[in-house]
Design a binder for this molecule. Structure first.
Ligand code: PHE
Length: 381
């Protein structure tokens, strides 16, 4: 009898330890389990790696300061390999198997769009750090983002084309495999038409293509003053190289998808002088940015944080702020607290959640200069 009781007690204790170790039940244990999905490998690996590094830094800082609601945060990160199909797999696992209280991710809009319905159906808040396509948060009332959206970004670049580039005719070259690219192309065209501009040619490619010469030849024949390429950095770099080879020597410009040091590593002199819009400039000397850049460099071997790193950091801080204000990690009050955010100061600026759960905030324009990204302007919403 004695013996039997002890065995039962021991098994019980082991069970508790196992539950604590696995962070089982989200907030039931000693830690608050937060899920993250990111493209840590594959075609857009720099997006996922940056966002993850920023997110992890925020979690470490929060924990060092005592955690949230007296508990430490635990980040569970899954790699979706930049591949369609994977976001659904890994987010299902994070929610159903691990029991995360919220999901942070993704950068690419197509991958956020894949995971958002799963979070929505399970009533788990999802916070995208960087997906700018409007459809992401339209999925439902549990989906948030800490970045601006593409109707704004497209308008910013349309006005930039007319006011700064003095372009009257612009060619648009769209990645038809990407929701982000198709959306941004559309919003740019609308904004450019409003500003009195004319579209000289519209051509398509598929993300991952290697040869863009046929389309670039057609673009050149349309004699544009500039070329708008709402794509991701790997494709953009190859496009700029081939444009240069064809003697298409007009300014190229695009959106946040350009932002990766790999743009310059691949593109070299072919991307020099070109412009893109994004979410923040690391060399902007506000106290918030300076201290973030210092902490990130210290943590990651001197690496300068790009926009995805800053937005990843902001997404985790935004979640922690919501949990604190909700006083719980239960999904309903947490969702409500996140939705009620009136003012949140992130590294990427001050933001408010609008009724659509999109952050309303400024954009910046950068230029590739001497192989680096140089600050050009800030555009308020
Ligand atoms: N906004 C892009 C998308 O929605 C992703 C991105 C964000 C890329 C920030 C670079 C920097 O797909």
């Amino acid at each position: 009898m004695q013996m039997h009781k002890r065995v039962v007690f021991l098994l019980g204790a082991l069970g508790l330890v196992a539950a604590a170790l696995s962070g089982c039940g989200g907030s039931g244990g000693d830690t608050i389990l937060v899920g993250e999905f990111a493209s840590l490998t594959g075609k857009e690996a720099t997006f996922g790696i940056s966002a993850h590094e920023g997110t992890a830094l925020a979690i470490e800082e929060l924990n060092a300061a005592g955690g949230v609601l007296g508990k430490q945060l635990e980040l569970r990160t899954e790699d979706d390999q930049s591949k369609a199909g994977e976001p659904a797999n890994v987010v299902n696992k994070l929610i159903s198997k691990d029991g995360v209280v919220a999901v942070l991710g993704e950068v690419a809009s197509s991958r956020s769009l894949e995971a958002a319905p799963i979070c929505q159906q399970n009533g788990i808040p999802m916070i995208s750090p960087a997906s700018t396509n409007p459809k992401v948060t339209e999925t439902g009332d549990h989906i948030f983002r800490v970045c601006f959206i593409d109707p704004f970004q497209g308008t910013v670049m349309a006005n930039f084309a007319t006011a700064t580039l003095k372009a009257k005719k612009v060619a648009v070259f769209t990645d038809v495999k990407s929701d982000y690219s198709k959306g941004l192309a559309k919003f740019f065209k609308e904004g450019f038409a409003k500003a009195g501009g004319q579209i000289s040619a519209e051509l398509d490619f598929n993300g991952g293509d290697k040869d863009f010469k046929a389309q670039l030849t057609a673009i050149k024949a349309s004699a544009p003053d500039a070329v708008f390429v709402p794509g991701y950095y790997t494709d953009v770099a190859l496009i700029c190289i081939q444009a240069k080879q064809l003697g298409l020597n007009v300014p190229f410009f695009g959106g946040d998808g350009w932002e990766s040091s790999t743009l310059v590593t691949i593109g070299g002199s072919a991307v020099e002088g070109h412009y893109f819009s994004t979410h923040y400039a690391a060399d902007n000397p506000t106290p918030k940015i300076t201290s973030f850049v210092e902490a990130y460099k210290k943590r990651y071997n001197g690496k300068v944080p790009d926009a995805m790193a800053a937005l990843g950091y902001d997404s985790a801080m935004f979640l922690a702020d919501g949990i604190k204000r909700a006083g719980t990690t239960e999904s309903k009050p947490l969702r409500d607290a996140l939705a009620a955010t009136q003012e949140f100061e992130g590294v990427t600026g001050k933001m408010a959640m609008n009724a659509q759960r999109d952050a309303v905030k400024a954009a910046v324009i950068l230029q590739v200069k001497g192989g680096k990204f140089q600050y050009v302007a800030t555009v308020a919403p």
